[in-house]
Design a protein. Structure first.
Length: 276
């Protein structure tokens, strides 16, 4: 019986593939037999990841299942160069993004506050979060049309379906205008990704190209402040943040024939946070 989750004979490109979440996508793909192109602006990190992946997952020491490529998602020439290099890309995962993190030793970026955000900050965040997704989709969708079809997966966020609760970032004894906030650009760009997903899903439906999005919630890290984790998990019915590998199944599903009748959809995996 054929395994509908099998990714053998598929070549899948992951933008921002060397990052925390991108790495999980890469592992999920090769674990199910796929070949992956790790496209990242940090080529050395992408190369290091591919070296590790090839050593761990290649059955033949001479076989390659992961390829590293430099790609700037805001540079059409950079994207086109990678697209032209590979005979076929079956799936594009638009994972590259700019996200401000709450870290134990992290500083508070006051430019992120709505009241004081500069237009340059707004444009930069929107470019990486939305423009890059558009540019990569445009170039690879054109390639997929010529190749007879494919699939595009846009990585959004749980904060694309709910507004961020700024109370979980607040620190006692810190003045209001010095408090950290989740930037408006993050939510807006991720909301926009849904619009782009739905538009492309209908636009390319007759070209055998499926387009869906995945909205993951925050991943737990020991570097996160304890008070932040406590506040956030109190908003989640399951009472915890996601483990780093808990989105692998959704990626495999969306990349594989198991989701062959799905397009224009958004899969939210957030421990139930968005339903409370």
């Amino acid at each position: 019986m054929k395994n509908t989750f099998d990714l053998s004979n598929k070549t899948i490109l992951v933008t921002g593939g060397a990052g925390l979440l991108g790495r999980q996508h890469v592992e999920a793909i090769v674990e199910h037999g796929g070949t992956v192109v790790v496209a990242d602006i940090n080529l050395s990190a992408a190369a290091a990841l591919c070296k590790e992946i090839n050593k761990k997952y290649s059955k033949d020491p001479t076989a390659v299942v992961a390829y590293a490529e430099y790609m700037d998602v805001l540079d059409k020439d950079s994207i086109a160069r990678v697209a032209e290099k590979y005979k076929k890309i079956d799936v594009l995962i638009n994972n590259a993004a700019k996200d401000t993190k709450v870290e134990k030793e992290g500083d508070l970026n006051l430019d992120a506050r709505f009241e004081t955000m500069s237009y340059d900050y707004w444009k930069k965040d929107m470019q990486v979060g939305l423009d890059g997704c558009f540019l990569c989709s445009q170039i690879f969708a054109n390639k997929m049309v010529k190749d007879g079809g494919g699939s595009i997966i846009n990585i959004a966020s749980d904060l694309s379906v709910i507004a961020p609760d700024q109370r979980i970032y607040k620190k006692e004894g810190v003045e209001e205008m010095s408090q950290y906030v989740k930037p408006v650009t993050y939510s807006v760009s991720k909301w926009a990704v849904h619009g782009l997903t739905k538009y492309m899903a209908t636009y390319f439906a007759d070209k055998n190209i499926r387009v869906n999005s995945l909205s993951p919630a925050g991943i737990y890290s020991p570097t996160l402040p304890d008070d932040f984790v406590d506040k956030l998990t109190s908003l989640i019915p399951m009472g915890r943040m996601a483990a780093h590998n808990e989105y692998k199944g959704a990626i495999v599903f969306l990349c594989s024939a198991a989701s062959s009748y799905m397009t224009g959809a958004n899969i939210v995996i957030d421990g139930g946070r968005s339903i409370w």
